[in-house]
Design a protein around this ligand. Structure first.
Ligand SMILES: [Fe+2]
Ligand SMILES: [Fe+2]
Length: 262
């Protein structure tokens, strides 16, 4: 598979160069960050750029280039891949044939800002609309709500084999509440543009997560729980609240550190 060549990008030399530079890196990445993912992000980035253009001038050559470079450093350093990929973009001297210095800086910053964890870790958002476009484009859509997958406990059963059903249920609830942005400040999935297919599914999921009886019923169906122990449930719920308070404190102290160091 090769890198997507959008018909709206007229500069063939830019398309050739970006493909030549980035494809070898995408091919070295893991399967979640391969060329299929690059093409998914480029395609969605160009879709969101159409929305952003209603408010400001957006250069699709930059949108395309950001999408094409945004994860190329994954195979080098997965943990810090946003910084590594940004450095690779900024260090690609041939991009100077197509972009000015400030455009290259903006693109590198957008790549550096693309991760979901940015807000959680620093309390900040991408510095430019380009960063918001790639960050939103990078998010997965949900084609159908699969509670078996959402409530999968294989990781919990492997790492916490003595957990009760009640503990596992509260652990999944807490994780999904964070994932679907139902706990302010601990959002894992901020989207800066309306993502219609995702929003409809998110609303469907949120309705269940925000209704404890409904959630316990769905969980019981998936995991064949015949009866809940109310004492254990209360304890697990209290543990979850403590954990969340701790995560909030961590997020706020990260933010303070970042503010102090800037
Ligand atoms: Fe990434
Ligand atoms: Fe990505």
């Amino acid at each position: 598979m090769s890198l997507f060549r959008p018909s709206t990008i007229a500069n063939a030399k830019l398309l050739d160069h970006v493909a030549n530079f980035t494809e070898p890196h995408w091919n070295l990445n893991d399967s979640l960050h391969d060329i299929t993912h690059a093409n998914y992000v480029i395609d969605r980035s160009l879709m969101f750029s159409q929305v952003a253009k209603k408010d400001e001038e957006i250069d699709d050559n930059m949108v395309y280039t950001i999408g094409a470079y945004h994860d190329i450093g994954c195979h080098i350093d997965r943990k810090n891949h946003e910084e590594v990929s940004a450095e690779m973009l900024a260090g690609d001297k041939r991009l100077k044939r197509f972009f000015g210095h400030s455009e290259i800086t903006t693109m590198a910053e957008a790549v550096a800002d693309h991760r979901s964890s940015l807000y959680r870790k620093t309390g900040t958002h991408p510095r430019s609309t380009y960063g918001k476009i790639v960050s939103t484009a990078d998010k997965r859509i949900i084609t159908h709500v699969d509670w078996n997958e959402l409530l999968d406990t294989s990781w919990l059963r492997k790492n916490f084999p003595n957990n009760t059903h009640e503990q596992n249920a509260m652990s999944r609830l807490d994780d999904l509440m964070q994932r679907f942005g139902l706990i302010p400040r601990l959002e894992k999935d901020i989207r800066y543009f309306d993502d219609p297919e995702y929003s409809a599914k998110k609303d469907e999921i949120a309705k269940v997560l925000l209704d404890m009886d409904a959630f316990l019923k769905v969980y019981a169906d998936v995991h064949c729980v015949t009866e809940w122990n109310n004492v254990l449930l209360t304890l697990a719920y209290e543990d979850m609240q403590k954990y969340l308070a701790n995560e909030l404190a961590k997020a706020n102290s990260h933010e303070k550190d970042t503010t102090n160091s800037t």
